[in-house]
Design a protein around this ligand. Structure first.
Ligand code: NI
Length: 390
């Protein structure tokens, strides 16, 4: 079934929700107004099984099909949070909050799931249950994990779970995903190198912390170049380098290096953690300095389950035709906390085309409302195809 006529009828209404959310962005777990807006809409649709406050400010709602003989339960997830960015789009519905902006299209994801919820609650043309998952704090807060830690999957009996993210550069009306790793893990580290500060003209009486830290920084690149199987992917980026002195004539006492490690392979991830630590400790030591390493694991690798990725692509093909679905797109190195949900249940994450827009996290980014009926239809197709009416 292609884009459902009902979504064409609802297009303006859903775009209206999207623009309202766009004008009122909230960050991290502080999505109280957004969650209230979501809950209000769900109640308007006649949905009664709504639970707020899961994962602090997440919302979970249940829609039952006309029948429930299948005992199947599918979770559909959207993220609700915005970013600390000053918007420059000049849109008439641009952010009304200084320094906050829906620059990643989560306003679009939330609205599309609301649109699907309205349709599914009207038609109930399926046999089973749909669990709608509206999550906070995707942008660095791990809201997906916090919802899972609150018992999301067990409490609502979710058996499989699907989510999607808009993709700038992919034409509107197209989808892309792949079986296996789709997005990278994201770990972060801080290395504090301590030498012995002193007079720049008398380095022999000091231990040059900058020199030691610079060698640590360079040596970290050997993890990608020399320690990783060339056919596997990794990024090690040192992003912050700061010393306790920025004069022209003082050797600093401490220098901190901050960075991130991204990879698509669990073994490579373990290896990189070990190597970052060993390289920092021993390289610093070679220059007479010491290193303290704080390595923190962040979002896991987003790994689509093979069968579910195939099914998600089938559903997309039903909506937009096989010529508009890339079933084996190359993975990308940004991270996504839907990964935590995929660690608990089978499922898949899908990219939906956002056309020729600015990139996500750019102050000129905007979600393309033309994608709304496409995304809503995919959510509906997932449900009606997986749990056909008895
Ligand atoms: Ni995002």
């Amino acid at each position: 079934m292609p884009i459902r006529n009902r979504f064409a009828e609802m297009h303006e209404e859903i775009a209206g929700w999207r623009r309202h959310l766009h004008a009122h962005p909230e960050l991290m777990f502080d999505v109280h107004e957004t969650a209230a807006f979501v809950t209000e809409r769900l109640k308007e649709f006649g949905i009664t099984d709504i639970t707020e406050g899961i994962g602090q400010t997440g919302v979970v709602a249940v829609i039952e099909g006309k029948t429930n003989t299948s005992d199947r339960v599918i979770g559909l997830r959207a993220d609700m949070d915005a970013l600390p960015i000053e918007e420059i789009t000049g849109l008439d519905y641009a952010s009304s909050v200084p320094g906050k902006m829906h620059a990643c299209g989560h306003d679009g994801h939330t609205s599309m799931l609301l649109g699907a919820a309205k349709y599914l609650s009207e038609k109930r043309n399926f046999d089973g249950k749909v669990v709608l998952i509206f999550q906070p704090a995707e942008e660095g807060g791990g809201g997906g994990k916090v919802m899972c830690d609150d018992g999301l999957m067990d409490r609502w009996g979710v058996q499989e779970v699907y989510g999607m993210h808009n993709a700038p550069g992919v034409p509107v009306g197209q989808f892309a995903t792949r079986p296996g790793p789709l997005m990278a893990s994201a770990d972060q580290f801080e290395i504090v190198v301590t030498g012995k500060g002193g007079h720049a003209a008398e380095p022999h009486n000091a231990i040059d912390t900058n020199l030691a830290a610079a060698h640590v920084l360079i040596a970290l690149q050997s993890i990608a170049a020399r320690n990783t199987d060339p056919l596997k992917q990794i990024v090690v980026s040192v992003c912050g380098m700061r010393s306790d002195n920025d004069s022209f004539n003082v050797i600093p006492h401490t220098v901190s290096l901050r960075g991130t490690v991204r990879t698509l392979d669990k073994g490579v991830r373990d290896m990189a953690e070990e190597r970052v630590t060993q390289i920092a400790l021993h390289t610093a030591e070679a220059y007479g300095a010491t290193a303290d390493v704080n390595y923190e694991r962040g979002y896991p690798i987003t790994i689509n389950h093979d069968d579910n990725a195939g099914f998600a692509s089938d559903a997309a093909e039903a909506v937009v035709g096989p010529e508009n679905v890339e079933r084996n797109v190359p993975p990308i190195m940004p991270a996504e906390d839907f990964s935590y949900m995929l660690e608990e249940r089978p499922g898949a994450y899908m990219f939906i085309g956002n056309g020729d827009s600015a990139q996500c996290h750019h102050p000129a980014y905007n979600f393309d409302d033309e994608a709304i009926p496409v995304g809503c239809s995919w959510f509906a197709e997932i449900v009606e195809r997986r749990m056909p009416a008895a």
